[in-house]
Design a protein around this ligand. Sequence first.
Ligand code: RIB
Length: 303
Amino acid sequence: MSERIVVIGSCNTDMVINMERLPLPGETIIGGNFFMNAGGKGANQAVAAARLGGNVSFMAKVGNDHFGSRSIEQYKAEGVNVEHITVDNDLPSGVALIMVDSHGENCIAVASGANALLSPADVERAKEMIEQGDIVLMQLETPMETVEYAAHLAHEKGKKVILNPAPAMSLSDALLGNLYMLIANETETEFLTGVKITDMESVCRAADVISDKGVKNVVITLGSKGAFVKENGTYHKVPAIKVKAVDATAAGDTFCGALCVALAERKGILEAVEFANKCASVTVTRMGAQSSLPYRAEIDKMK
Ligand code: RIB
């Protein structure tokens, strides 16, 4: 029986346009294709983990509108426990505007809406669910005080608290000290540590800055260069899987959700990162956020 994963985070509806290249400030570009898709870093991570076989509960806040109710129905259909997704009557559900270029690079603007109202009081109400969980996974599209409160509560109860610091923001020492693992990409790592990532030596140095703050394990994703792990003072590099990138949206979310599933199955950290790498490599070959998340059967078929 695998361990239980609790994801706390954001839920968005993504409005996506893919186009030849991203517009410059003030520029209009014609000729893209539009589609609407379920997104939000928290929701993407929860759905990714569920599709990969995880036992997942998702805590979030949506508006009292069509996007919110549609999202909840979709999570239920994915087998995610939605008991602690609350509906707010004041703000609309979160929306993200995403542009993707022909190389799969994106830029994203988020209107947080109800995500911004997910509060420590909501965490308190979900205390029992958190206590019954084993791994708590969070990102930074919901208020920092909520992330900090949940991390403190979960750490005190002996849960493995995993933070994906996306989008990048300063983190308190108290929060870092409650983390079992931090999973950051290059940009987030540079922001958090002040170390410019240029080579393996700089990656190790950046990981040291993070682990010196009390984070037990550090995972740094390096895009087409693979991933890096610092586990119990030992450094490892996990090679990238070469694929033709169509859209990088939710690749990081897939990585985080997949890593939690592997840990929940009691795999070692290195093996978990290899699994996560594989899963994320599938996501970048497809368009969109939740539309691109892989299923376990597809991953098991890969070499
Ligand atoms: O990580 C990708 C996600 O970031 C998108 O789905 C969008 O909603 C933003 O939250």
